[in-house]
Design a binder for this molecule. Structure first.
Ligand code: HAH
Length: 360
């Protein structure tokens, strides 16, 4: 009797294990699998993310990758003609080995630009022709190295001014090159890799006022024959913004130019948007309450529902960082204030927001 019962129990236990395990651990599909008929799902990384449990998470969940910082001009060409490839090569190899697409970010920006680039041999501000040559050398070298591996480039990042009465940002790039900053950057990138899809990338792209300035800029560049194939909407959003209405209007407005749309830097801050850096106020709380987690899940559900509706024009949705263990928003705009903007928590476990975007 006893051995028989023991046998039966052992059998039952075995059966349960065989049935349950795959469901628990293996068959839960990743984001990339849930969205395979929609668009690739990407993530921004540094080399620190490419080993251990974070690497495993990336391989399971994502099929597109962006270097958070490594490919920017400052880190990659800190001195004229001296390129630092170690980190970018590691990220590109990781992606290629794992069948993950790669977005390049970025070739021209007013931040994380090396100091030398604007200074001539005489110590003075460079001439237009010298700066154009430097821009060309940089873009040609970087794009050629990863030709055929990087399928899309953010050629120019954030060139529109924050001041609604202005168009292009009054950066040294613009002061020295004028409109040619954009025109030439896209032309150089296109010449270096004619197959690569070239994007203009910016933030606050859903606010109607900024949206119209971006629309006008891109329309003008397209009319001149500049090789632009898409717009990157960064999507650094919050629990308050954007509204569903503004998000839809933005997608439709940019798509009407015949451009592909990629959401390139998605995160949903638990704090309202602030443009300027500031110190942390005493007593300022950074607790991720159950209410905030629910509100965030609801907003993630809303924006992904809209993304799915527009799958014909949306060709990538990329999260800016892997999990709440580290986000650039822990430092910006308030240094040391913890944020919780992503789909995985500090232990890399799926949050409510993860289920909100995968169950539909
Ligand atoms: C983005 N800027 C950049 O595109 C990305 O390269 C960087 O790693 C993080 C965010 C967003 C931004 C900012 O940095 C400052 C003011 C407004 C928006």
């Amino acid at each position: 009797m006893l051995p028989n019962l023991f046998k039966k129990l052992t059998f039952l236990l075995l059966l349960c294990t065989v049935v349950a395990l795959p469901h628990l651990a293996f068959s839960q599909p990743g984001l990339k699998d849930v969205y395979k008929d929609y668009f690739p799902i990407g993530v921004a990384v540094g080399t620190r993310n490419l080993s251990g449990e974070e690497a495993a998470l990336i391989k399971k969940q994502f099929n597109s990758i962006t270097a958070e910082n490594a490919m920017k001009m400052g880190p990659i060409q800190p001195e004229e003609g001296k390129f630092y490839w170690k980190d970018t090569d590691a990220i590109v190899s990781f992606a290629v080995e794992n069948g993950i697409k790669i977005r390049g970010h970025n070739l021209g920006w007013h931040e994380q630009t090396p100091k030398w680039i604007f200074i001539g041999k005489d110590g003075k501000t460079v001439s237009k022709s010298v700066l154009l040559q430097r821009l060309k050398d940089h873009i040609t070298t970087v794009v050629s190295r990863y030709k055929g591996k990087i399928y899309a480039w953010d050629v120019i990042n954030e060139a529109i001014d924050d001041d609604p009465s202005k168009s292009l940002r009054q950066s040294p790039w613009y002061q020295i090159l004028g409109d040619d900053f954009l025109v030439k950057a896209f032309e150089y990138a296109h010449a270096a890799d004619p197959e690569a899809q070239l994007f203009y990338n910016d933030y606050n792209t859903e606010f109607p006022e900024k949206r119209e300035r971006i629309y006008t800029l891109l329309k003008g560049l397209l009319a001149k024959g500049v090789p632009i194939h898409g717009i990157g909407l960064q999507a650094h959003w919050s629990l308050q913004e954007p509204s569903a209405e503004n998000l839809r209007a933005a997608i439709e407005r940019y798509a009407s130019l015949g451009l592909k749309i990629q959401f390139t830097e998605l995160d949903l801050s638990i704090y309202p948007w602030e443009k300027n850096k500031r110190a942390r106020r005493t007593g300022e709380s950074d607790v991720f309450t159950p209410e905030l987690e629910q509100q965030q899940a609801d907003r993630y559900a809303m924006v992904f529902k809209i993304f799915r509706e527009y799958k014909d024009v949306i060709t990538n949705v990329t999260f800016w960082n892997v999990s709440d263990r580290y986000s650039w928003l822990d430092e910006y705009p308030v240094r040391g204030r913890k944020n919780y903007p992503l789909l995985f928590d500090t232990k890399l476990q799926p949050k409510k927001a993860f289920w909100a975007v995968t169950k539909f």
